[in-house]
Ligand binder design. Sequence first.
Ligand code: JCZ
Length: 236
Amino acid sequence: MRIDVVSIFPEYLEALNISLLGKAQDSGLLEINVHDLRDHTFDRHKTVDDTPYGGGAGMVMKPEPWALTLEGILEQSPVERPVLIVPTPSGEVFSQPGAYELAESEHLIFACGRYEGIDERMFHWARERFDVRLMSLGDYVLNGGEVAALAMIEAIGRLVPGVVGNPESLVEESHSDDGLLEYPVYTKPSSWREYEVPEILLSGDHARIAAWRKEQQAERTRTRRPDLWTKHQNMA
Ligand code: JCZ
């Protein structure tokens, strides 16, 4: 899979070069390219923003540096119409099913905005050339698209075949995806400070352990995520 990221803060994306995704790039499973939007400005100050028509607070990103940067990426695309993901709090909410779907793409491009967003005409231009997806991480406001892009790239990238070293972890994850939160986990020592590992986990009784874990999942989901609990109940 090829991933391109466009940002005025390319250093933000350096986190993609460590750990799992860093290794996946070294092995050639993933190719991630980060582009500085300011490389496609022509004035002394490398201006990427200007004041909003109609007035209002803040600045708006000019469309031309975006078009020039994205045209350069399009020329290198392995596909005719790549997916262009634009992080924004007014997009569709990114989810695990969405991550699985996007992991099937050969080429993803992330356009990380700043300020009050990008001139709306850039989206009209882009829809003629890309499958444009406006995507939100959730209902809270970040200062720009970079952190949202990092989260989405990690969620998608780990689903690309070969990226997760032990693929059984992914199989386990998908089998355990019954709409419930995970059960609590413990490791050695069995007695730590004044806290004990639940005795049942030391019992070796696998059937009772499985039943206990399911009950823990149900209880956690009921109390922490009543929205998921309602959904789960309507499925079972
Ligand atoms: C550009 N502010 C892009 C996305 N889920 C979520 N929250 N906030 C964002 C986001 C905020 C932004 C920009 C300027 C994404």
